[in-house]
Design a protein around this ligand. Structure first.
Ligand code: IPM
Ligand code: MN
Length: 379
């Protein structure tokens, strides 16, 4: 049994709108998990976004950027209108090339579809998101650059295949019968044979190194349709930045709601975790925001720490967090958007109590142990 206490420096962006409320929820739940699983989270503020722009004159103050650079990872709540200067900037500056967006059903959340368990692996540094736009004819004509490189396309393709393999490795024999590992490359190479064509050819080439993973390609319009026709048929979707943005909102709604969807922006040795949704200014300050997307985001963070830092306490904390969310939601303590009447704070407190209740059992079960293989990143 691993008893050692590990400390991680977590820089955080509270964001705007409902950001501070849902961030506070994840922080207090992480602190509870830290106590129960002997993990120290050192939270370092990195104010950024619309409010930071008002307070400091910059949406991403240099001091915040430095705090992020000096941390082990960043936990970010949604920001408002300053996304370009904050999250898009960070993805590019920190070379967070892979945006991992799981969309899955949970037993305890109602949804129109069942059996959804897919992950969108979105290229995170190129495409239209290089934000290079030009105007001509005094603004009556506008041009946007779409940049695609073989290097970034192959890199994201490798990530997608590796995730397909690790998902397969973490499935039970029963689940293996239901789902074979697969990667589908989503693009529009019929209209964009050079840019999307390069993305597709790069994925095709990488697929040859992963013969045990079923590989196919699909145009983005067809993928959008199939996501609402047979979402359960997808395993891993690899796609470029803009299509990944659009399809991930769609997929999360199909799986149970945008209010649940987490994401991880991963680089070689740094990562930033954030919910997929925006800052919902219409319900800000009312105490009714669903904290679950931020809590599932915290879970992704724990999974990443478990794997990258080989920390078995984080692995155990992640499992406990998921089962506590499950127990609390199943008992009916949930926010309005998913059919309940509870406030953000009630959901948060119930999940923390559930963690404390389960902790003895988890530790007694020997769940804190040594991580033997890198199969935890099963997103
Ligand atoms: C997301 C968001 C961002 C994006 C916005 C806020 C710039 O929608 O993370 O999906 O388009 O990537
Ligand atoms: Mn988006």
């Amino acid at each position: 049994m691993q008893e050692m206490t590990r400390a991680f420096r977590v820089s955080y962006i509270e964001g705007d709108g409902i950001g501070p409320e849902i961030f506070a929820s994840s922080r207090s739940v992480l602190e509870t998990l830290g106590e129960c699983f002997k993990i120290i989270f050192e939270f370092v503020p990195a104010p950024a976004g619309d409010q930071a722009k008002k307070d400091f004159g910059e949406a991403m103050p240099k001091s915040s950027y430095s705090a992020i650079r000096e941390s082990d990872l960043c936990l970010k709540a949604p920001v408002g209108e300053t996304a370009l200067e904050t999250i898009i900037y960070l993805r590019q500056q920190l070379n967070l090339f892979a945006n991992i967006r799981p969309a899955k059903n949970y037993r305890f959340i109602e949804s129109k579809f069942r059996g959804v368990d897919l992950v969108i692996v979105r290229e995170n540094t190129e495409d239209l998101y290089v934000s290079r736009e030009f105007e001509e004819m005094e603004g009556r004509k506008a041009i946007a650059l779409k940049v695609v490189t073989e290097e970034a396309s192959k890199r994201i393709a490798r990530t997608a295949f590796e995730i397909a393999l690790s998902r397969e490795a973490s499935r039970s024999n029963e689940e293996k019968k239901l789902r074979a590992p697969s990667v589908v490359c989503v693009q529009k190479s019929n209209v964009l044979p050079k840019s999307d064509g390069l993305f597709l050819r790069s994925c095709d080439a990488v697929s040859k190194n992963f013969p045990s993973v079923k590989y196919s390609s699909m145009y983005v319009d067809t993928a959008a349709m199939n996501l609402v026709r047979s979402p359960e048929s997808f395993d891993v979707i690899v796609t470029s930045n803009m299509y990944g943005d659009i399809l991930s909102d769609e997929a999360s709604q199909v799986a149970g709601g945008l209010g649940l969807a987490p994401s991880g922006n991963l680089g070689e040795d740094f990562a930033l975790f954030e919910p997929v949704h925006g800052c919902a200014p219409d319900i800000a300050g009312k105490g009714i925001a669903n904290p679950l997307s931020m809590l599932f985001t915290a879970k992704m963070m724990l999974d990443w720490l478990a794997t990258r830092k080989r920390d078995s306490n984080c692995a155990a904390a992640s499992k406990c967090l998921e089962s506590s969310i499950s127990a609390v939601t199943a008992s009916g303590v949930k926010t309005q958007d998913i059919g309940g009447t509870s406030k953000t704070a009630q959901v948060t407190q119930s999940i923390s109590s559930e963690i404390r209740k389960q902790t003895g059992e988890w530790i007694d079960d020997g769940n804190i142990g040594t991580i033997k293989e890198d199969v935890l990143l099963k997103w």
